[in-house]
Design a protein around this ligand. Sequence first.
Ligand code: GLN
Length: 486
Amino acid sequence: MDLNKLTVLETFEGLRDKKFSSEEITKSCLKQIESFNGQIKAFITINEDGAILQAKAVDKKIKNKSPLSPLAGIPVAVKDLFCTKDLRSTAASKILENYIPPYDATVVEKIRTGDGVIIGKANLDEFGMGNSGEKSGFFPTHNPWDLERVPGGSSSGSAAATASDMCIYALGTDTGGSIRQPASFCNVTGLKVSYGRVSRYGVMAMTSSLDTIGPITKNVADAAFVLQQIAGYDKKDSTTPAEKVDDYLKEIKKDVKGLKIGLPKEYFIEGLDEEVRNVVLAAAKKFEDMGAEVVDVSLPHTDLAVAVYYIICPSEVSSNMARYDGIRYGLSKRDGKDLLDIYLNTKSSGFGDEVKRRIMIGTYALSAGYYDAYYKKAMQVRTLVKQDFDKTFSDVDVILTPVSPALAWKMGENMSDPLKEYLADVFTIPASLAGICGLAIPAGLVGGLPVGVQLLGKRFDEKTILRAGYQYQLATDWHQQKPNIK
Ligand code: GLN
């Protein structure tokens, strides 16, 4: 078997049992990247030398019988939104094209001090703004299942690299769906954690009140294993509470008998692809067969979520993007006559259209005369969306929904219609606004294209959605289907 096809847990065990070395598995991933990255374009930077060096160091430790961290020696693709010390971190933006951070994001530091092997920096929609992978400032990523189609986004490269076995697992960010939706389009497992569960320190901020960090993996057990290593309090991120981190690998082993799963009627609306609907209903049926109880529920403010998101997100974007001013980081256009020219020229040439669009919308929404009408109103409706979930979770343990209303679309199809693209996130955005957790898992193939389903859980109740997802994967083999790349 090709080593690059292994899961995190298989790699972990294999390294310990000395079935192979970290150098071997790292080279196997690098070989896969060499063969297929040309067509899939999952990576912005390939960390070939650094990865091999790190792998050799782990192998030495194994030889010397030194204690090993759980993620030691395992190749990971990191979304290029994470700061990696001494390794270029671009946010897929021309404004940071040559930016080399002087420090590691907390999650990266955890991986690096645990001897994890960073195989490369994965492509994304610029700063995380997008859901197709086409809004990278450099080049679009292609879906390994059909190169003419989008892989989803914004964690496009992370999902495509995992699906095509260029890495053993990946890290992404999810602000409004950016882990769940590409996971669904690429047939991999994607975990959006509860807001605050994983430190955001050192990950370039897009929408600070919504951004979360999580794993993209080949199965749920791997997601549980990786989450265990990256979750928890961080003194550098005041939004990470000292909430206890569960023993996820232990929790997922419990069966789903008696688990109460809600199907919200607002997620089965007009515009939902008929075949996607069937996949979700089949998954619900499967859960019933496994002993869960499936009931109808209602989340009445669902249809307001996208509108709310597109006030809050651009508002926070307009503030977060202000720091890329040509003085402190990255690109600097100094040929103008004064300071204002530096700002204008740097931002005009450094940011892509979508980033500029959001800066303009956000600046408008936050301006003195409009703040109450837009931002404040959006925050109030956000509370209503959250209350919908609170109420529903007093009755059910998990909510089951589609991830995306449609299959992965053809590249270019939505590029000229941002509104259409925004609407494609209707089923992932509500959970983001509520700060709860969500898991996307493969649940079917339609015309050769993957369809995922979403399991939503209470804030900090990752263990229950992971358990439901893990048990589902024990009973099905959708997650084992691989794209036929050649
Ligand atoms: N697609 C959404 C957007 O464009 C969500 C992106 C994300 O989760 N980072 O903002």
